[in-house]
Ligand binder design. Structure first.
Ligand SMILES: NC(=O)c1ccc[n+]([C@@H]2O[C@H](COP(=O)([O-])OP(=O)(O)OC[C@H]3O[C@@H](n4cnc5c(N)ncnc54)[C@H](O)[C@@H]3O)[C@@H](O)[C@H]2O)c1
Length: 288
């Protein structure tokens, strides 16, 4: 039996902190010959690929045979993800990109096609948390920034990704929304409004390009253990951590690679009749 350490096996093994160095990827040579990964040779953009869900996803996509373009405003984080991918013999490139700046989004897609000749898939994942404050007290400039990155940034990226995908006959786009794209959450109005907006944008683009070979979907993660939650003080405060964990019927937080797996499904032909969905990956949070 060939060695096959895919993302799903990593999930079953409950691997929290991992790198490609630690295992042999899916697209590999074994006794039975070459085993293509599920994303073999696909060219994929991952925004916010320098940390958390974006980094874990980029590592999984590369393991599945993709050429990955990391777009991130954080140069250090983005370059580190590329280093991790390359050190395992896979292909990746970093492009500095602030998704809230439209020229940056265009440049990211241009650089991708200059280097790899095409764009097959995009995971529009870059996001920021904003601050905790009720609507009347929410600082205006942070509201604008949260909407600018979390909603307008997704629009900027989609605009140029779709333009490029139309040239080659199609592609698959996945936007990272949140459970908070479907339900409210006190003290997080800008984030919640942006994520609801991402789902509306996703559905509309899905309708517009349904006959043009481009599928557009969203994933809606529950609380996932990443630096975003660390900054929010959740993962560093045991009481808060218990509270947030208890909000999920599965009584745990999600892991970044569990989101990556759902995105891989949406990128492949396994989901060929799926467009416009908001895929909950939330341990049952929204079912309550
Ligand atoms: N962690 C969670 O619980 C959770 C739950 C649901 C949805 N999400 C969403 O998942 C996505 C990733 O979040 P994460 O938890 O991995 O956070 P993270 O902070 O670990 O990673 C976010 C990445 O986005 C990058 N980024 C921020 N602003 C950017 C900009 N303007 N342009 C380009 N890149 C930018 C950061 O540099 C970072 O690398 C976000 O959209 C977030 O809203 C997270």
């Amino acid at each position: 039996m060939p060695i096959h350490l895919s993302c799903s096996i990593l999930i079953r093994r409950n691997v929290h902190s991992w790198s490609l160095d630690s295992y042999q990827g899916n697209s590999s040579f074994s006794g039975g010959g070459f085993i293509p990964g599920r994303l073999q040779n696909k060219v994929i953009i991952v925004t916010g690929g320098g940390s958390g869900i974006g980094r874990a996803s980029a590592l999984c996509f590369a393991e599945e045979g993709a050429k990955v373009v990391i777009g991130d405003v954080d140069i250090k984080g983005g370059e580190e993800t590329v280093r991790m991918i390359k050190s395992s013999g896979h292909e990746a490139m970093f492009v500095k990109c602030d998704v809230s700046v439209i020229e940056d989004a265009k440049n990211m897609v241009d650089r991708t096609t200059e280097k790899y000749g095409r764009l097959d898939c995009a995971f529009n994942n870059a996001g920021i948390e904003g601050v905790n404050a009720p609507v009347a007290d929410y600082p205006n400039e942070i509201w604008d920034k949260a909407i600018g990155v979390n909603l307008i940034g997704v629009y900027h990226c989609m605009k140029y990704e779709i333009e490029q995908m139309l040239k080659t006959g199609g592609g698959s786009i996945v936007n990272n929304a949140s459970i908070l794209g479907l339900v409210g959450f006190p003290q997080a109005s800008a984030y919640v409004a942006a994520k609801h907006g991402v789902l509306g944008l996703t559905k509309t683009a899905a309708l517009e390009y349904a006959t043009k070979g481009i599928r557009v979907n969203a994933v809606c993660p529950g609380f996932i253990k990443t630096p975003m939650l660390e900054r929010g003080g959740i993962t560093t405060n045991p009481e808060l951590m218990r509270y947030v964990t208890e909000l999920h019927p599965m009584k745990r937080m999600g892991r970044p690679e569990e989101i990556a797996e759902s995105v891989i499904w949406l990128f492949t032909e396994a989901s060929s009749f799926v467009t416009g969905i908001s895929l909950l990956v939330d341990g049952g949070y929204v079912a309550q």
